[in-house]
Write a new protein. Structure first.
Length: 126
């Protein structure tokens, strides 16, 4: 199972045939035009192994086309999970999105708290 999804155990992921092999705690971030951030924006596609979920955010931090993301999977084997159906892949993608959004929020909240703490103690760097 990808690192960073300890809240979603294999037992609670319907239709999971193969756990993903991408570290979810170390994903590049892409700033979207609407101000949101993408780390695991994803698509799925059918193969003889099942419905493969792949990220469309590249390792160098850009949004890939669907074809580019599929080709990257074919050349590297990296994926977010393989499922028994498109609906189960979509459900997992939604849960993954929510999990990543929560992680980003927690990191921002933690960083904000550290900055405020340093300001309160008179750290001249802040």
């Amino acid at each position: 199972m990808p690192q960073g999804l300890e809240l979603l155990s294999r037992k609670t992921i319907p239709g999971l045939r193969a756990a993903g092999n991408i570290n979810l705690l170390d994903r590049p971030r892409v700033q979207n035009p609407d101000g949101s951030v993408s780390t695991v924006r994803s698509i799925s596609f059918g193969t003889d192994k099942g419905e493969v979920l792949v990220p469309t955010v590249s390792e160098d931090g850009r949004i890939m086309s669907d074809n580019e993301a599929i080709n990257q999977y074919r050349s590297t084997g990296r994926h977010l999970g393989i499922f028994d159906s498109p609906s189960n892949a979509d459900a997992y993608a939604s849960a993954l999105h929510d999990n990543q959004a929560s992680l980003i929020f927690q990191r921002l909240f933690s960083l904000s708290g550290l900055l405020n703490k340093n300001r309160q103690v008179g750290n001249p760097l802040y």
